[in-house]
Design a protein around this ligand. Structure first.
Ligand code: PLP
Length: 394
């Protein structure tokens, strides 16, 4: 018997555990100080009323012998896939078929599991800094990994060069942690690169709902040619506060072929073998997000976070602190002032103004010297934190 020894190559992810420990130590030593948490990547506002009402009535259906549901259909219920299809058409002018949509319990599972359908003998290209799941799931498979660096000069939106080698390409836009979003022109370059290199783009659009700038694409499928080379991952977690409720979806176009094989068919086979769908009750709640009223309520919550983000970004502009994000994204990614390292700046903010953020170094080596602030907290917290930050840096 042998275990998968690739797991030994994973680095322990101490980021959030270390933050939690530092915060506990600080609070124990300073019981009278009020901490403001701008480190969280989790939502804080409740589910929209339409969603709650749909979940309640679906629960009632489950309590009645005549409307009770057992296992749901592979890929998700038609009512939800249809709602997603219509959402793509009406908000992005993108035509997708219901059979191209796969409902899931969130983007983390799909982004993590999708590597099952690729050979372990190919190269994954991963932006740095980025959501750590892409890296860890490829390490688990023992795949060759190349990084593409985000930095100040490319505004944390790395682009391919003639030396770039990749079979699987991860793109995350708006990006976690940098909050930066690719333009249409930039995505077109990536799509052309993928087609020319017979590569697949895994496009993580978990934060697409935060894009308000009409010039920015909210789906890779807005780009010509993308259906031939991309899979898109979406989530209701940040869109509609589903982090604890769990629902997302992945779009695998029929046009996407590799080795004369449809990736839609492979993914369908993978999912029907290893995944038994999201509960009827939650799929009903998810479908309510895409109703006219659901979208209005959901946009209200997102507007609240975006206003928090704007307030943070405005303060940083005022203080002349270099940053990305803050518009079209719930994250603000700033360069630590005075050349401090990510963890030095973390300690500095914690001790001096009792504000908790996330050290950029936790998202990759290119994150060193940078820091992530999140807009998912309360308005009062953000206003107070920005007041303290202004006093500190002035
Ligand atoms: N993708 C990115 C870029 C994320 O930041 C997150 C969560 O923070 C996820 C995916 C996971 O989303 P879900 O809650 O749908 O699993």
């Amino acid at each position: 018997m042998k275990i998968n020894a690739n797991y030994f190559n994973l680095k322990d992810n101490y980021l959030f555990a270390t933050i939690a420990q530092k915060v506990r130590d600080f609070s124990a030593a300073n019981p009278n100080k009020t901490l403001i948490r701008l480190g969280i990547g989790d939502v804080t506002l409740p589910l929209a009323p339409s969603v709650v009402s749909a979940i309640k009535s679906a629960t009632d259906e489950m309590a009645d012998k005549n409307t009770f549901k057992g296992y749901g259909p592979d890929g998700g219920y038609e009512f939800l896939r249809e709602a997603i299809k219509n959402y793509y058409k009406s908000t992005k002018n993108v035509n997708i078929e219901m059979s191209e949509i796969f409902v899931s319990d969130g983007a983390k599972s799909d982004v993590g599991n999708v590597v099952d359908i690729f050979s372990r003998d190919v190269t994954a290209l991963i932006p740095d800094p980025v959501y750590p799941v892409y890296l860890d799931t490829n390490i688990m498979d023992g795949r060759k990994i190349e990084f593409i660096d985000g930095n100040e000069s490319n505004n944390f939106l790395p682009m391919p060069t003639e030396n770039t080698k990749a079979d699987i390409i991860y793109l995350c836009s708006p990006n976690n942690p940098s909050g930066a979003s690719y333009s249409r022109e930039q995505l077109k370059i990536w799509v052309d690169f993928a087609i020319a290199n017979n590569a697949v783009i895994l496009y993580d659009a978990a934060y697409e709902f935060f894009i308000t700038d009409k010039n920015l694409p909210t789906s890779i499928f807005e780009i010509e040619g993308a259906k031939k080379c991309a899979i898109e991952f979406c989530s209701l977690s940040k869109t509609a506060g589903f982090t604890g409720t769990r629902c997302g979806y992945t779009v695998v176009p029929h046009e996407l072929m590799l080795d004369n094989t449809s990736l839609n068919k492979l993914w369908s086979r993978r999912q029907s073998t290893k995944f038994n769908q999201v509960s009827y009750i939650i799929q009903k709640g998810a479908a309510a997000v895409f109703t006219e009223q659901g979208l209005i309520e959901t946009r209200e919550n997102v507007a609240y976070y975006l206003e928090n983000a704007r307030l943070i970004s405005e303060t940083l502009k005022d203080l002349e602190v270099w940053h990305t994000g803050g518009d079209n994204s719930p994250y603000i990614w700033l360069k630590c002032p005075n050349g401090q390292s990510s963890w030095e700046y973390f300690d500095y903010l914690l001790n001096e103004i009792n504000v908790v953020g996330t050290p950029g170094a936790g998202f990759g080596k290119m994150g060193e010297g940078f820091f992530r602030l999140s807009a998912f907290g309360s308005r009062e917290g953000v206003i107070e934190a920005m007041k303290r930050l202004k006093n500190l840096h002035r």
